[in-house]
Write a protein that binds this ligand. Structure first.
Ligand SMILES: [Zn+2]
Length: 247
């Protein structure tokens, strides 16, 4: 083996180990103990926003009556991949579904779940909450949140739930394409506020829209999700600070 080849290979190895270290540090956080929410801001410099003043989730209360415009949903069936990233179960969405608000088109990227709910509505926690994550063409984020009450089985979740990825790192192609339209409630009325990602790096400037109407999921469906997560995957409630909550 030539000296230059050995040098090239050793450089390659160094590069690979650096990039894998970065990849693992990026996901090195959790919901419990030292890696838990109270320490997210200190885990890495990139997580500084986790100590910010406009963080999510919050307890939605003390609303200001506002003339909120309807969200123009333009969703089609497009959930084509399901994965367990160790922090949540997520359904990735194909291009072509969006919502329009503030005259901006936000494309639906994925939806995922938290149990119990992250946001509370007037002090009430729900057993399950879905987040539909959207981005506009400049990368600005908008999240539509939906609460689930325990009740009858939710048929719109059945396809994803039948492929519930049991272990962190599991990912599979959806046998039946999931349709976010069918998961949303009949009424699209919402509460609105500014917030952040609820997971590191907790980036702020996220438009939050929490559906007023909850939908149902069966005890078995809720339990199936809790079982693969092994523990709650809800960040605790953050201070509202100076933010107006609109309804
Ligand atoms: Zn979420």
């Amino acid at each position: 083996m030539s000296k230059s080849l050995i040098l090239a290979l050793s450089l390659l190895t160094t590069t690979l180990s650096v990039s894998s270290a970065l990849a693992s540090s990026g996901s090195h956080w959790g919901y419990e103990g030292k890696m838990g929410p109270a320490n997210w801001a200190q885990l890495t410099p990139e997580n500084g926003a986790c100590a910010g003043k406009n963080q999510s989730p919050i307890n939605l209360t003390g609303f200001i009556e506002s003339d909120l415009k309807a969200i123009d949903f333009s969703y089609r069936a497009g959930g084509n991949e399901i994965l367990n990233n160790g922090h949540t179960v997520q359904v990735n969405y194909a291009k072509g579904s969006s919502m329009k608000i503030d005259n901006i088109q936000f494309n639906l990227l994925q939806f995922h779940f938290h149990a119990p709910s992250e946001n509370h509505i007037m002090g009430k926690s729900y057993p399950l909450e879905a987040h539909f994550v959207h981005a506009d063409k400049e990368g600005n984020l908008a999240v539509v949140a939906l609460m689930f009450e325990e009740g009858k089985e939710n048929s719109a979740l059945a396809g994803a739930w039948s492929q519930m990825p049991a272990h962190a790192g599991d990912k599979s192609v959806m046998k039946t394409t999931a349709d976010a339209n069918k998961i949303l409630p009949a009424s699209k009325d919402y509460y609105r506020f500014n917030g952040s990602l609820t997971t590191p790096p907790c980036s702020e400037g996220v438009r939050w829209f929490v559906m007023k109407e909850a939908v149902s999921a069966s005890k078995e469906q809720i339990h199936a999700f809790e079982k693969v997560m092994h523990h709650g995957n809800n960040r605790p409630i953050q201070a509202t600070n100076a933010r107006p909550l609109l309804k």
